[in-house]
Design a protein around this ligand. Sequence first.
Ligand SMILES: *Cc1c(COP(=O)(O)O)cnc(C)c1O
Length: 414
Amino acid sequence: MKIPLSEPDIGSREIEAVVKVLRSRRLSIGPQLETFEESFARYLGRKHAIAVSSGTAALHLCVKALGIGAGDDAITTSFTFVASANCLLYEGAAPIFADISSHTLNIDPLAVREIIENDYVRDSLVKRWVHRRSRRILKAILPVHVFGLPCDMKPILETAHEFDLNVVEDACEALGAEYGGQRAGTFGDAAVFGFYPNKQLTTAEGGMIVTNDERIAGICRSLRNQGRAGDGGWLLHSRLGYNYRLSELHCALGVAQLERIDQLLSERERVARLYSEALADVPGVELPGEVLGVKRSWFSYVIQVLGRSPAERRDALMAGLHARGIDCRPYFPAIHRQPYFRSLHLDTNRPLPRTELAADRTLALPFFASMTREMVHEICSAVRELLIRTSESSAREEELCAQPRRVKPGTSAV
Ligand SMILES: *Cc1c(COP(=O)(O)O)cnc(C)c1O
């Protein structure tokens, strides 16, 4: 591919920091881990930050720390990366998918409420809300800030409070995003971040749990390190744990990236602006949604192809871009349609029309901090040309012009 889908922004400071760790001979559980966790907690304004080997590991440990396991349900979205649902399956818990808002592509708080009110009843013995038929206990809501746009947290937190539910934010795509002036990742009982190379901040592989809850933090620290107790010594294991540690090399990379996170984020914002300007008058596509009072942290640039049979048009556009050496991906495919997920035959399937529509018509364009104006323009003129070509056959049903609509938070934009 001439233009890749993503590319990490690694500067000379990062390279020096990693080499310095190699020279120090201290490769795991050392000062870089401490610094990375401390500076990450400070950046978010949370008491505890626990670095782990991936965002998926971070999700898994949160699920364990909150005691979500066999016989439990948690409400999340199917329009996300598979890890958001897999972390529940690891522990025998079931993901219950609520539909999304077509505008924000995030979980719809009204859909969450509707599921609880229709399917669950208060059990006074368990002191929890349990499923009417399966008697499974509803334990948590797991909102995902998809593509860096924070979910509508106010109604989600109200619902969680009303129905005795924990909240774990999957903020893996939302480092630096804000909702009502407050950072994404500071709303739930715990939140997780991921540092894969396509993320706003990368450690190559890596993840972070943040929380203000001392108990959750303690359990996560123990679980990532083979279930060792705080200061009980290297060979004293107080619970079944994992090796989810993050090495000093990864942490040093993270420290150096976090030192210039503002720059990394503003570069991404610059690229997003270039895209939005260049695509503003292209008919037949919807640009990434905006919400008043909500600041997106740009993770990716995802357009929605409008019109009749959007999946065909989207796939034709994708093939055309690939043929010109421009990488792009249908992002996300819905989790409930994945082969492995269907084969589980979970009794959690309700119609998810807006999730399926989004899965059919979304396309992630190349997006990374070091993209040039020329790259963006090349991509956008290719998109324009290809869309005009494919829409010639499907007539002129789209007088819809690609202007980002503005929606107030709290209103469920469908
Ligand atoms: C990246 C990501 C994760 C975690 O991914 P890892 O590759 O395990 O670090 C989890 N959820 C979402 C939504 C993500 O985008």
